[in-house]
Design a protein around this ligand. Structure first.
Ligand SMILES: Cc1cc2nc3c(=O)[nH]c(=O)nc-3n(C[C@H](O)[C@H](O)[C@H](O)COP(=O)(O)O)c2cc1C
Ligand code: SF4
Length: 408
């Protein structure tokens, strides 16, 4: 159930593993650039930044372009409920740097940009120190850029824009980063956890990766458990683990819970009765129409109202929109306003119907997936908290009275 691959070795709470200790534990970085993409493909490695895109496919697209490319290491971690990228950067920075160097070799990159959330001071310090410990030839390729702490900053085109011109705004228009990204060069944007796994797969092989996942899954995953647990914490689990196991690793429930937000602010609310037994495996979740996203498990406490929490998340996402596209700027804002009215007992049945209809209009209409992610969260809230929504708009009542004051 608890895998130990990414966080194997010294206790992550003891801080960053230095270069000498990292190399002594795992051996030197395998040399040579050939065959790794095929190995990643056989391994079935998928991105850990939220979209679960097959890593080998992305590497092939960049490697097939002419001229030097760039590797952009995504450590922005803008998702408020996620801490797993920070924990990894703070404890195993050299796994990430190994993965970035391997990615550079395989795709023909001569620049590696580490794009790390400006608010993540511990991660920034650990990555800076680790870069300085690397051999000269690698260090010369690398630079570190502090990502603005906005939700959309970690979106791949926003990241490329910020590195190029200091504006972290997403864009839908071609060229995409793999065609023309940082400095106009083909750019591979990859989450830090994905790259850390590349470093292990390159050493141990694809069969090892599939085996370490257990339960037919590919590899272990880092998850952040928060909400009705003693404290938010990060755990490494394999594909045989279910949500209840992750909650137990986090210290167990501190109150009853009716629902779990799986995948983060772009994720889905799942009723607790169904959630506990859900496997933490991307493939198994996808068959159930769910996503692990960036590994977030947010457990709703009995002192929290699902309607109010969902309204707050919708408002946050509306505030965090980059306001470049109509559906996101106006549609998401209208949904967030209506949900706030519902949460504060100022709405009627019509408002609920509007939210339902507008949420159906958001997907596929923005330059990035921000409105799509928001729509997933909103529609799951309407389903899972249907009785609570109804109570709010029909009887102007909430089963968690304290939540009304908080929402106001
Ligand atoms: C609004 C938005 C915010 C995102 N923020 C992050 C982030 O903070 N970190 C991250 O790794 N990916 C983030 N992503 C996903 C990236 O666009 C990209 O898919 C990812 O970095 C690719 O790496 P991966 O294939 O290793 O997952 C975000 C996507 C969207 C739509
Ligand atoms: S969809 Fe929203 S967040 Fe994405 S670019 Fe458009 S306005 Fe910005």
């Amino acid at each position: 159930m608890t895998g130990a691959a990414l966080l194997a070795g010294p206790d992550p709470r003891d801080g960053a593993e230095g270069f000498a200790a990292h190399t002594a534990r795992l051996g030197a970085l395998p040399s040579g650039r050939h065959g790794l993409i095929d190995t990643l493909e056989r391994a079935g490695l998928r991105g850990r930044g939220g979209a679960s895109f097959p890593t080998a496919t992305k590497w092939r697209s960049v490697a097939s372009r002419r001229g030097d490319s760039v590797v952009l290491v995504n450590g922005a971690e803008g998702e408020p409920l996620s801490q797993k990228d920070r924990v990894l950067m703070e404890s195993r920075p050299h796994l990430i740097l190994d993965g970035a160097v391997l990615a550079a070799r395989a795709t023909g990159a001569r620049q590696i940009v580490h794009y790390i959330g400006a608010a993540h001071a511990g991660a920034l310090a650990a990555m800076r120190r680790a870069i300085n410990e690397r051999p000269d030839a690698e260090r010369r390729l690398m630079r570190l850029v502090e990502a603005p702490q906005r939700y959309v900053s970690g979106e791949e085109t926003a990241a490329v824009h910020f590195v190029n011109d200091g504006t972290a705004l997403p864009t839908a228009l071609p060229p995409r980063p793999f065609e023309r990204g940082v400095s106009g060069r083909p750019t591979l944007v990859q989450n830090v956890e994905t790259l850390a796994y590349v470093a292990l797969i390159a050493r141990h092989g694809d069969a090892w990766f599939r085996a370490v996942g257990g339960g037919g899954s590919s590899g272990t995953a880092l998850v952040t458990v928060s909400g009705a647990v003693p404290a938010a914490s990060v755990h490494e689990v394999d594909g045989s683990a279910v949500i209840a196991d992750a909650v137990n690793l986090a210290g167990g429930l501190t109150s009853d819970s009716d629902a779990v937000l799986l995948g983060g602010y772009f994720g889905s609310w799942v009723p607790a009765t169904r959630a506990w037994a859900l496997p933490l495996d991307v493939g198994a979740l996808s068959k159930r129409g769910l996503s692990l996203g960036s590994g977030v498990i947010g457990v709703l406490a009995s002192s929290d109202c699902g309607v109010e929490m969902s309204a707050r998340i919708a408002m946050y996402l509306a505030d965090e929109s980059s306001r470049q596209c109509g559906p996101c700027t106006f549609g998401l804002r209208a949904i967030a306003n209506a949900m706030r009215r519902v949460a504060t007992m100022q709405a009627g049945v019509d408002d609920l119907a509007h939210v339902q209809r507008w949420a159906g209009l958001l997907p596929g209409r923005g330059a990035c997936r921000h409105p799509d992610g928001a729509a997933i969260m909103v529609r799951s809230a309407l389903q899972v908290f249907a009785d609570d929504f109804s109570l709010h708009v029909r009887e102007h009542r909430c089963i968690v009275p304290a939540a009304v004051a908080r929402a106001a």
